[in-house]
Design a protein around this ligand. Structure first.
Ligand SMILES: Cc1cc2nc3c(=O)[nH]c(=O)nc-3n(C[C@H](O)[C@H](O)[C@H](O)COP(=O)(O)O)c2cc1C
Length: 265
């Protein structure tokens, strides 16, 4: 169980790339491990987590400063494994933040071979992302400040570009308070290069999630933006309590926009 209000955790979480250098304590690790044991996904695809000591495995990321610990996630490469991965790993990210432990989703800026070796990645498994775990430094590094500015990390697209009613031409006017909070939680979600690929079309109580492709070809083995979609589903379902169903509606979608899943609220 998260011990802060989930909406508050989602709203206040930011990527942390500058840590104060203190170690994650044994008590904190125990809490993280206990929580990891409870993580499941609506896809019924298990995601495995491995804590990795920086010194023991010689790990680093060019964008991260002062972290002594990382966490890697692994999943069998099957249909929907990226969404399941995004959903499960984001649960861990949010729980860590409720303990005051900072994270950053890292899919690209790392020595991938070293991380995959340290995580013991097997044939048929993928490790889309890792994250540092640590106590945030009170001051961001110059590099982190520049990076956040370059990708406009504090900005999000307005709701009328993301959420629609029945078709992609009509922006959604949502009056239900809980659903509105769920949609806001989607807007706050982290995404690769802050692209925010999620689009949602409401039809009655059904919220159809689509992926607007914008980073295709970056990685042949998996689609990092499907990981983003899993994160968005995690936020929306956690806040609204809706349930997942996969059945593409007959809605005409714009070019490069792929149906992912439906949440029934
Ligand atoms: C799937 C995924 C992959 C990411 N990969 C990286 C990465 O390789 N390096 C990095 O510095 N940030 C990475 N990020 C972090 C995003 O840049 C960040 O979430 C986004 O800019 C929004 O900022 P915020 O998390 O502070 O809200 C990734 C995020 C996601 C969701």
């Amino acid at each position: 169980m998260l011990n802060m209000d989930i909406k508050e955790i989602i709203r206040t979480r930011k990527s942390v790339r500058t840590f104060d250098g203190t170690a994650v304590t044994d008590a904190e690790k125990e809490k993280l491990n206990e929580y990891i044991g409870t993580i499941d996904t609506p896809y019924d695809i298990p995601v495995k987590f491995v804590l990795l000591d920086v010194k023991e495995h010689g790990l680093s990321s060019p964008v991260i400063q002062g972290a002594q610990l990382y966490i890697a996630g692994k999943v069998q490469k099957v249909q929907h494994s990226e969404e399941a991965f995004g959903y499960a790993f984001e649960k861990l990210v949010l729980y860590a933040w409720s303990l005051g432990i900072g994270t950053t989703w890292i899919g690209g800026t790392m020595d991938r071979r070293a991380f995959e070796r340290a995580a013991g990645l097997k044939d048929g498994e993928i490790m889309p992302c890792v994250s540092p775990l640590g106590h945030p430094s009170p001051k961001r590094s110059v590099k982190e400040v520049a990076m956040r500015a370059a990708i406009k990390a504090d900005k999000r697209r307005p709701a009328d570009e993301l959420f629609f009613d029945r078709d992609f031409a009509s922006p959604l006017q949502e009056d239900d308070e809980l659903i509105t909070a769920g949609l806001e939680a989607v807007r706050y979600a982290p995404s690769a290069v802050n692209k925010q690929p999620w689009r949602i079309v409401r039809c009655g109580r059904q919220y159809h999630f689509y992926e607007k492709h914008g980073l295709r070809g970056a990685d042949a083995l998996w689609d990092v933006q499907k990981v983003d979609m899993g994160i968005a589903l995690c936020h929306f379902m956690t806040v609204t309590g809706g349930r997942l169903s996969i059945s593409a509606p007959s809605i005409e979608a714009p070019q490069d926009t792929e149906y992912i899943a439906t949440v029934i609220c």
